[in-house]
Design a protein around this ligand. Sequence first.
Ligand code: SAH
Length: 210
Amino acid sequence: MNFQQKRKDLVNELREKGIINNDVLNALLEIPRHKFVPKKHQKEAYKDYPLPIGENQTISQPYTVAFMLEALEVGPGQKVLDIGTGSGYNAALLSKLVKEKGQVITLEIKEELIKKAKQNLKSYKNIKIIKGDGSQGYSKEAPYDRIISTAAAPNILKNWLKQLKKEGIIIAPVGSLTQVMTKVTKKKNQLKKEDLGFFQFVPLKGEYGF
Ligand code: SAH
């Protein structure tokens, strides 16, 4: 099976669906999504839909992943907090976007998923995988240029805002049954909030989650 060709086709599909950021599209071209999904789903790895990764969790649909990363405006050298490691796929894409000088701190609450993610991310030097409750953020490594949650939160959490730099961006799905993708931009400590449309995610657990 030619995974590289499948990746190219997927990226073209995402472009047609409206993703325009070439850094994001190139990261999707580079990272082998099939290595982040269970073996029995490998042949579907480049279809534009979510897939189960065990523990009742899913790896998000590629379009959603690309949409969020585009909205996050990630660049080289940045420090990013990634909440909900899952398979590690989103962390791997972030690792490409921040490049060697940047850093990705990724938090996962489920031990079983951490084990797998550690294997999946072995070769990525600028990613730190931490077992923790993302609803509290991760103050030890704060402040962050960017914070992204791939689990649905009840709101944009106070700790996230606190742990964001004076200039920074948070992207997170907010809500219980369906979620509004929410973008918060902090500029000189002023906050701007935007709604980017409806999506569906698994819930954020933990102290300030659901
Ligand atoms: N980004 C992942 C998919 C995430 S699915 C990927 O690329 O594969 C959402 C993940 O958030 C699940 O793995 C779930 O276990 C995790 N999660 C839920 N609540 C959490 C919390 N409070 N802290 C950290 N991770 C959490």
